[in-house]
Design a protein around this ligand. Sequence first.
Ligand code: IPE
Ligand code: IPE
Ligand code: MG
Length: 227
Amino acid sequence: IIMDGNGRWAIQRNKPRLFGHRAGIKALKRIVEFCAKLPVDILTVFAFSTENWKRPKEEVNTLMNLVVEYIERELDLLDRNGIKINPIGILDELPEKTLEYIKKAAEKTKDNNKLVLNVALNYGGRAEITQAVKKICQKIANGEITPQDINEDLISRFLYTSNMPDPDLLIRPSGEMRLSNFLLWQIAYSELWVTNVLWPDFKPQHLINAIYDFQNRDRRFGGINLS
Ligand code: IPE
Ligand code: IPE
Ligand code: MG
C-alpha cells in the first residue's frame, strides 16, 4: 500500500498537514490489525520515500517523530497480534531516534509469524536496485561469483525483500496513477488497484473491495489462459 493523501485530507479540513499524517497513522493501525485477521502473510506499507526529503524540514521532522510515536504507542499490541515489523529502506540515513525505535521494534517482533509488516522508510525502488548492483559487483570483484551467475533470482536476493514472494496486489489511495518509486522490481506482475479515497479515510471495507476485485482479475503473467 502506498499510504498517500494525508496532506490533501488535512487541507480539505483546513488543518495543517501534520493533522493528516496523524490520521494516516490511525488508518495504518486499522489496516494492520485487520490484515492480521485475514490470511494475508505480508503487508508492505510505503511510509517515507527517498524523495520525501525534498519536503520542508518541519514536515520531515514531523514524519520521523510520528514513526517514534507509532512504535511507542503500538509496539506491544503489534507484538501481541503476532506481527513482525520489518523496516526496509536506507535505514542508516534516518535520524538517530527514529532508527533506534525501528530497530527496537524489529528486534522485539522478529520471531512473530502471523503477519510480516514491511515498513518502507527512506525507501526508493531505484535506490534499492542500486544497492543490490553494488553488492553484486563487490561479490564479483571478490571472485565469489562471476557475471554468468547473475540472473533474476540472484538479483531478487539482493533486494530488501529477499526471500519474500512478489506482491500480489498494489493498492494506491488518493487517486494518483503512478508508482512513485515503490518496489519497482517486485511489482512487475502485481495487480494494481487505485482508489480516490485518501489514505486517512481508508477502511477495512476498502481493503475488502480491493481483494475482491483482485480475486476477479485474470492474471496471465504473459501467458494465455486456456480455460
Ligand atoms: C503520504 O501523504 C505521506 C507521505 C508521503 C509521507 P502525503 O503527505 O503525500 O499527502 P498528499 O499527497 O500531499 O495529499
Ligand atoms: C509516495 O507518495 C510516498 C509515500 C506514500 C511514502 P508521494 O506523495 O511522495 O508521491 P508523489 O510525490 O505524489 O509521487
Ligand atoms: Mg502524496
